[in-house]
Write a protein that binds this ligand. Structure first.
Ligand code: DLL
Length: 432
């Protein structure tokens, strides 16, 4: 079902007109209401009236995460605090969180955007949706909750954690849709099997997964375990939370709600736009945000755009599954390595399970890459020859993709740490 055909299927020319109109408005609005933008634009010698076409967006300076942190908590507000309806925050890795604020209008846009992505994955009013994201300041749970509610679905606000109970709820309450991180979905699948259930004991049909990077291979693994259609959806607190983009049932990229978010994909060194299909850093501009407009936000997320028509009928531009973030790319002995490449290799090998950990450290002057992965079948661990053959096979496959050697350690099933929210699979000891 297409939730908002007027905007999701708008002729491209009309969409560009709408975006320009909204861009001019939001830049003027931010300049007038938020001293931070006025100062920044004055220093750069650019005025709202300089935005005459969409390409003129490039005249505007970027906004970065530290701008939000430096203006903690309310420095970037464009409205009086009394106009706010909701305040969320993203947990920063250090220090103060990044605070994000929503007016009534922003809440409406947010739930519409989440409703769009849920509908695009096939969710409808008859569904029972278990939200297994942590409820709280994190935008994931309440954002998806509101979006699915808007479609008329029933919500089970399970929150994350207590995974055995999650399985019980899925089964007993006959949930048809699961909302969580892809790594948590995999974990739920493992616990389901451990408890002696199979996908046949559940009524699940769709998984709405986001908030962390996941490869096609991982989605295939989850789809197999839980017997569901898996959707990948993307968003970030600074812009709205979930609802920036999501896959339709064609699964050929995530449709961006481009009437609300203007995307640019730039070469991270030159800041020049890259052509469709070329990966670069995603820079997003909120076109309609009232409480806290965010203009040219450098997400650090690496993706590529696709403007080709989609079979689903939506005309909105699509972004590729994220390849990672500019700050999670590892440089090992001079070679660029993305954790997603390692995941892709491991998930393609049925002999290993879905969980892995990556550690990078230095021995003398030499960078070492260690990959710990669980064997799918514990009996491997008692047969040295079989184990060694598998280890060599993983090493070989990793070398083919990464062009460097990795130290591979095989560990018992269910022995690595599981995450109930965003997973943390990489430790770079060189930076600690
Ligand atoms: O994770 C918002 C969200 C919640 C999106 C639920 C989708 C579902 P933050 O906590 O601010 O917001 O984290 C944003 O998470 O910049 C990406 O690096 C990463 N991320 C989000 N979705 C995806 C995805 C939410 N589908 C940061 N694939 C972003 C890969 C994702 N990475």
């Amino acid at each position: 079902m297409i939730y908002d055909p007027v905007h999701e299927c708008m002729p491209v020319e009309k969409m560009r007109e709408l975006q320009l109109e909204r861009l001019q408005k939001i830049v003027a609005y931010a300049y007038e209401k938020v001293p931070f933008y006025r100062k920044k634009y004055d220093e750069a010698g650019v005025k709202p009236s300089d935005i005459k076409c969409l390409e003129d967006i490039r005249k505007l300076p970027f906004t970065v995460k530290s701008d939000l942190r430096d203006n903690y908590p309310y420095g970037l507000l464009a409205v009086e605090k009394t106009k706010l309806k909701r305040i969320h925050a993203s947990s920063g890795t250090s220090g103060k969180p990044t605070v994000v604020c929503y007016t009534d209008h922003d809440m409406e846009v947010w739930s519409d955007c989440c409703a769009r992505l849920a509908a695009a994955a096939g969710v409808n009013g008859d569904d029972i949706v278990q939200v297994s994201f942590g409820y709280g300041l994190f935008t994931g749970a309440l954002g998806m909750h509101q979006g699915c509610e808007k479609l008329g679905a029933a919500i089970i606000p399970a929150s994350s954690g207590n995974t055995e109970r999650q399985v019980m709820l899925l089964k007993d309450l006959e949930a048809t849709v699961l909302v969580c991180t892809p790594s948590y979905a995999l974990y739920i699948g493992e616990i389901m099997e451990k408890l002696g259930y199979s996908k046949k004991d559940l009524k699940l049909r769709i998984g709405l997964f986001g908030s962390e990077a996941s490869t096609e291979e991982m989605h295939r693994e989850i789809a197999k375990k839980l017997g569901i259609f898996t959707n990948d959806n993307y968003g970030l607190s600074e812009l709205i939370g979930p609802g920036v983009s999501g896959e339709c049932t064609e699964k050929c990229g995530m449709h961006i709600n481009e009437d609300h978010f203007y995307p640019e994909v730039l070469n991270p060194e030159t800041f020049e736009p890259v052509p469709d299909g070329t990966y670069g850093e995603l820079v997003l501009t909120s076109l309609t945000k009232e409480g806290m407009p965010v203009i040219r936000y450098r997400t650090k997320d690496i993706t590529a755009l696709d403007h080709s028509p989609c079979k689903c009928g939506r005309t909105t531009v699509r972004m590729a599954k994220l390849r990672g973030r500019t700050d999670d790319m590892l440089i090992i002995r001079g070679v660029n390595v993305f954790p997603s490449q390692i995941e892709g290799v491991l998930m393609n090998m049925p002999e290993v399970g879905g969980q892995y950990e990556i550690t990078v450290y230095r021995e003398g002057y030499m960078d070492k890459l260690e990959v710990r992965v669980e064997v799918a079948d514990g009996s491997y661990l008692t047969d040295f020859n079989k184990l060694e053959a598998l280890r060599q096979k993983i090493k070989h496959n990793l070398r083919t993709v990464l062009q460097i050697d990795a130290i591979v350690k095989l560990v018992e099933p269910l022995s690595l740490k599981r995450y109930e929210g965003k997973s943390k699979r990489v430790t770079d000891l060189r930076k600690i």
